[in-house]
Design a protein around this ligand. Structure first.
Ligand SMILES: [Zn+2]
Length: 414
């Protein structure tokens, strides 16, 4: 499934779990990691597509783990993604590549293993009985808009264990209206639509195709400081140390939230300034696989940022989509030549081996994300109907037809 025919959102919620449920979920986390690892070990050097890994590893998992049938399937898929991610970073070969290991305390759930109830409760499959518990929404409560609205249906979700607590990152999706009929129903306005491409990353949390950079430095700094504090206080484990940790965590959360709201506002401003009716991000799940430096914190940051942008943009009639981000960092926007060595990751520099085109590599990726939204063909996302990608100086088609801003201003005058 390309994921592009749906709007996707993530609602992060804490779970109110009793001690018995806590133990069962912890056991589930351990078994899931073990299952993913067994599936990777089985697939490594043999195959990497979901169906292949499932075929090869499913029986092994059923035999050697406590995972139920659906979670065994999900674990093989998770393993396939991890293997594929490593191979892609390594030019498609397993030689000299490091086999993925599963350390992060996260379990994938889908609608067969997770049930959401109207009274804001959830039940989750474990290795024993299901755990049923309440969802705890934070003060800003943005989650309720998805939970309470029938247009949003639950989708793939992640259970995460952190600081002794369980969070559920509930995925929601809604069908994009007229995704298939867009070319007929689409007006002239839609055919001429311009997309703003956004690349997510660590050094820069976001870069737009119009060359606006949002630094990720402060976020990263806060995150590291908090992680160090956590490590220090963990050693003591006194009541006051835990209180300090909670307070620091709260401050950290507020800082991150404020920062992301500012970035989201900036991205939507940029879209409006350049007359964009679509904002395109790389598919979040795939980004996590593609970027080696992305840890759980950044994955969370990306999800939150995407939601903030989507929320703000929709109110302004701007569509927000996720497109397949594969190769967006390796492709030259000038000549289309795609190669991993086109980019120098250390210097965040892009230089095309074929045509010599040079750019900041995040900016290059942002343009490719925009183009990916437009291009027809196997890699394109269907139904968005955009034709141009917004640049700082004007707008451009993937074939290089460029309209400078001055001309656009002429056309748009009443
Ligand atoms: Zn080139």
């Amino acid at each position: 499934m390309s994921g592009s025919e749906y709007f996707k959102r993530t609602a992060v919620t804490r779970l109110a779990v009793d001690s018995d449920g806590h133990e069962r979920l912890l056991a589930m986390v351990r078994e899931w990691k073990r299952g993913c690892q067994i599936a990777v070990n089985t697939a490594w050097g043999n195959c990497h597509t979901r169906s292949e890994v499932q075929q090869l590893a499913y029986d092994v998992l059923r035999e050697r783990t406590e995972l139920g049938s659906q979670h065994a399937v999900l674990a093989t898929h998770r393993a396939a993604e991890a293997v594929k991610g490593v191979l892609e970073r390594n030019d498609g070969t397993a030689e000299s590549a490091e086999k993925p290991t599963f350390t992060s305390p996260t379990v994938v759930y889908d609608t067969r293993t997770m049930t959401l109830f109207d009274d804001k409760a959830v039940s989750l499959t474990t290795t024993e009985d299901r755990v049923r518990c309440d969802l705890v929404f934070p003060d800003d409560g943005y989650q309720t808009q998805y939970v309470d609205d029938d247009r949003w249906e639950p989708a793939k979700s992640n259970l995460c264990y952190r600081d002794g607590q369980f969070d559920l990152h509930i995925g929601f999706r809604a069908e994009r209206p007229g995704a298939d009929a867009s070319s007929e129903a689409g007006s002239k306005e839609k055919e001429d639509a311009t997309v703003l491409g956004v690349a997510l990353g660590v050094e820069n949390v976001a870069v737009t195709s119009t060359a606006r950079f949002f630094s990720g430095e402060k976020l990263d700094h806060h995150h590291r400081e908090f992680a160090e504090l956590r490590a220090d206080l963990r050693e003591t484990e006194t009541r006051s140390a835990l209180r300090t940790l909670r307070q620091a965590g709260g401050r950290n959360d507020n800082f991150v939230r404020d920062t992301l709201h500012t970035v989201a506002r900036g991205i939507v401003e940029e879209a409006e300034k350049h007359g964009c009716s679509v904002i395109a991000f790389g598919e979040l799940e795939t980004i996590q696989e593609l970027l080696p430096k992305v840890d759980e914190f950044h994955a969370w940051v990306f999800e939150r940022l995407f939601d903030f942008v989507a929320y703000r943009a929709e109110a302004r009639g701007i569509t927000v989509v996720q497109v397949n981000p594969e190769y967006t960092s390796q492709r030259c926007t000038a000549c289309g030549f795609t190669h991993p060595q086109n980019r120098d990751i250390e210097r965040t520099h892009f230089e095309c081996l074929k045509c010599g085109n040079e750019a900041n590599d995040h900016y290059n990726a942002a343009k490719n994300v925009g183009f990916r939204c437009i291009r027809r063909g196997p890699l394109s996302s269907r139904g968005v109907g955009a034709q141009y990608c917004a640049l700082g100086s004007g707008r451009v088609t993937p074939d290089g037809d460029f309209i400078p801003n001055e001309e656009l201003a002429e056309v748009q005058k009443p």
